[in-house]
Design a protein around this ligand. Structure first.
Ligand SMILES: Cc1cc2nc3c(=O)[nH]c(=O)nc-3n(C[C@H](O)[C@H](O)[C@H](O)COP(=O)(O)OP(=O)(O)OC[C@H]3O[C@@H](n4cnc5c(N)ncnc54)[C@H](O)[C@@H]3O)c2cc1C
Length: 428
């Protein structure tokens, strides 16, 4: 079940009066493309399709970006969720290199969209990756070297423990990577900016319009909500972790995971500066990643901990607090004003799952925690593919696809055990 959007992001956007109120779908509408889901995938697809001159009707079950896109950590990381050396070993040098280029393009695309549409989302530079175990230092050093040698990428450098401690205000870590091409932002404002840009380009967006089914006929596809229908030539399913039972055929390749974030009270400038003096975002090397950044008003926005159940913990602030204190014990007396969770979709190989259910029914999902850049790019690639330019779409769509063991209904117990095992290893 989707939880209310009780985030710091929604509170500040509401206070700023920038949250749109959009109509629900009523009666029958026609469009070239119908999109189900109003997160980054759906909104970026809507924008890029509308820019091509196509008519677009987007159906969002709740409010825009009420899924992961309005709830996430706002890290816009370079590359893919899987490191390049692993991708090269799995897929070969040519495919890995193409995916690296798309990973760079995804971050550039976010920057470009923010600039082109004047999206006020506090976009900032740099992500620092920090090693919580000594053995990861070698991996980090090798990664820097590999990226330079293989792709001429020089925007990432190794940070030894002393320098790192200064950059992240904590001496808990053994070493780190500073990536100066990665970015971070307020994720909800970014999504709202995409929505505004899509509307300005001509797309029609509907809220409180859950698609309950869709069906093809000789004329195209019809998506049905409680109060209306959209008849379209093409359909995109962009529901990711909130797919539910809409398309059982798509559910076996993804597993929904709940991840949690807390935001502190505004910190004094001196305390904020002592945590992240360079204004970078940071994330650690745990299997269940801790990730953090400062908001525009100097709150620590910290993601830590996840669960694999249908329900969120009752006390999310209490759930996230120990993760914060394990890195910043100096915040023991700091109030946490907000705590929220969101649902993302992971795949077994942690690479996105793009595909088609029919010639005119498309989907993109399973960004595995790397969706701010990749879902934005996914929406663009969907638009390209619908326009007949499939080659870049296929770099993702042709990746080996693996179902979770046990199929849709049975995969939970086994996967939960597996995830809990890796989370436990983090602590050893
Ligand atoms: C707590 C958290 C932290 C994260 N941090 C990061 C991060 O720092 N960096 C990063 O890159 N990624 C992060 N992610 C992942 C990232 O947020 C997602 O990959 C990305 O937002 C996916 O976008 P999406 O549009 O595919 O899905 P979503 O944003 O989840 O959108 C899907 C939408 O579909 C709608 N929907 C579902 N069913 C229907 C239906 N039947 N009819 C109509 N609408 C429907 C939902 O209401 C929802 O709005 C995080 C995720 C979470 C949950």
């Amino acid at each position: 079940m989707q939880q209310p959007l009780n985030t710091l992001y929604a509170a500040t956007a509401t206070a700023a009066g920038i949250v749109p109120v959009l109509p629900g779908l009523a009666g029958e509408q026609c469009a070239d493309v119908c999109i189900i889901g109003g997160g980054y995938t759906g909104l970026s697809a809507a924008l890029h399709l509308a820019k091509q001159g196509r008519s677009v009707a987007l159906l969002e079950a709740n409010t825009l970006a009420s899924g992961a896109s309005g709830r996430n950590g706002g890290h816009v990381g370079v590359g893919q969720r899987v490191d390049q050396q692993t991708l090269q070993a799995q897929l070969g040098a040519t495919a890995a290199s193409a995916l690296w280029q798309l990973g760079l393009e995804a971050v550039e695309l976010v920057e470009q969209l923010v600039a082109d549409h004047s999206i006020d989302c506090g976009l900032r530079n740099n992500i620092i990756h920090v090693a919580h175990k000594k053995r990861y230092i070698t991996d980090y050093i090798e990664e820097v070297d590999f990226l330079k040698r293989q792709y001429g990428y020089a925007d990432c450098r190794y940070l030894a423990a002393d320098e790192l401690a200064e950059q992240v205000g904590s001496s808990q870590f053994y070493g780190g990577l500073l990536d100066t091409r990665s970015r971070h932002l307020d994720p909800y404002r970014y999504a709202l900016g995409l929505a505004e840009a899509a509307q300005a380009a001509g797309a029609t967006l509907y809220e409180h319009s859950r698609a309950v089914s869709f069906a093809s006929d000789s004329d195209g596809v019809t998506a049905t909500t409680a109060h209306g229908q959209v008849r379209a030539k093409q359909l995109i399913v962009a529901c990711n972790g909130y797919l539910g039972n809409l398309v059982p055929a798509m559910a076996g390749t993804i597993m929904p995971i709940n991840n949690f974030i807390a935001a502190s009270e505004p910190l004094s400038p001196a305390l904020a500066q002592s945590l992240l003096p360079g204004g970078s975002a940071a994330q650690d090397s745990r299997f269940v990643i801790n990730y953090w950044r400062l908001s525009a008003d100097n709150r620590l926005v910290f993601g830590g901990g996840e669960n694999y159940r249908r329900a969120f913990p009752r006390d999310i602030v209490g759930f996230v607090r120990p993760h914060i204190l394990s890195i910043y014990p100096q915040l023991a007396d700091t109030r946490l004003d907000y705590g929220w969770g969101g649902t993302l979709a992971i795949t077994l190989r942690r690479m996105p799952d793009f595909g088609q259910l029919a010639d005119n029914i498309w989907y993109a999902q399973g960004y595995s925690g790397h969706g701010v850049p990749t879902a934005t790019l996914g929406g663009k690639l969907l638009a390209e593919a619908i326009a007949g330019e499939r080659s870049r779409w296929e770099l993702f769509a042709n990746l080996p696809r693996q179902k979770f063991p046990g199929g849709t209904l049975l995969r939970w117990p086994g996967m939960v055990a597996g995830m809990a095992y890796y989370a436990l290893r983090d602590r050893l």
